[in-house]
Design a binder for this molecule. Structure first.
Ligand code: ZN
Ligand code: ZN
Length: 255
């Protein structure tokens, strides 16, 4: 099965440019240096799944002209990955159905806390209509698209990456357990977080991300969840090994 992958956002939690910052990257006129919060969209057979709904979800849906959403799959509950969930409402209205949410029990707890009004017994009319589905360790399907959970660590926080056919998607990690390396195998396309050059407690640096790519040996790798501290898209892209690319907002491919 081939899926169409769209990078909805490729920026770290504050996005790029950062509010008030006048660094080279934040004032760059290159659209590749404007990064909304990290998220991807997967499409197959007319059905649409988004992985994470960050604060820029609404803008991302408008930019890509998305008129249908079947499911949201969550990697973890940090605000830059969940904050936009309230904006699934237009899809509820258009499709006259609930949005299917796939999340671990830990993430579901956070969603019930952060979006409590969606789960009230007597809900206010017009709040998001969400159906929770639990991700356990086994493979699952969302909108008929098959997902294999890839547990990784984001400092102390367990986060899920996903293998979808020939794609492996890992955002927000600084450690990949051996068992997960086995589940990743050798995908055609690996998407991996690469925050910046200097060490960070919960994200791979550019150097660490390149080491992970060299171990997994995908055909192509794309880096995401990028900070303004990494440098301009142009500068960094020129220095990367042949099969490694910086992702950018709006990039699409068939995997
Ligand atoms: Zn993040
Ligand atoms: Zn995070």
């Amino acid at each position: 099965m081939s899926v169409k992958l769209t990078f909805l956002g490729t920026g770290t939690s504050q996005g790029v440019p950062v509010i008030g910052c006048a660094c080279l990257v934040c004032v760059s006129k290159d659209p590749h240096d404007q990064r909304l919060r990290t998220s991807i969209m997967l499409e197959a057979n007319g059905r649409v799944v988004v992985v994470d709904t960050g604060p820029d979800f609404r803008q991302q849906m408008l930019r890509e002209g998305v008129s249908r959403l079947d499911a949201v799959v969550f990697t973890h509950a940090h605000k830059d990955h969940i904050a936009g969930l309230d904006d699934v409402r237009p899809f509820n209205h258009r499709q006259k159905s609930a949005t299917q949410i796939y999340a671990s029990t830990e993430v579901q707890q956070a969603l019930r806390r952060e979006f409590y009004y969606c789960f009230d017994e007597h809900r206010y009319p017009g709040v998001p209509d969400l159906t929770l589905n639990t991700i356990r360790s086994e493979a699952f399907t969302a909108a008929d698209i098959p997902f294999v959970p890839l547990p990784v660590m984001h400092m102390n926080l367990p986060v899920l990456g996903f293998r979808v056919g020939n794609l492996a998607y890992i955002t927000d990690a600084n450690h990949i357990p051996e068992e997960t390396y086995r589940k990743i195998g050798r995908p055609e396309v690996l998407v991996l977080n690469a925050l910046r050059h200097t060490p960070h407690p919960s994200h791979f640096t550019l150097h660490e991300a390149i080491e992970v790519v060299e171990r997994i040996k995908p055909q192509y790798a794309f880096f995401t969840h990028i900070s303004h501290q990494l440098g301009t898209h142009d500068d960094v892209a020129r220095q990367l090994p042949k099969n490694i690319f910086l992702a950018y907002d709006g990039l699409t491919m068939h995997v």
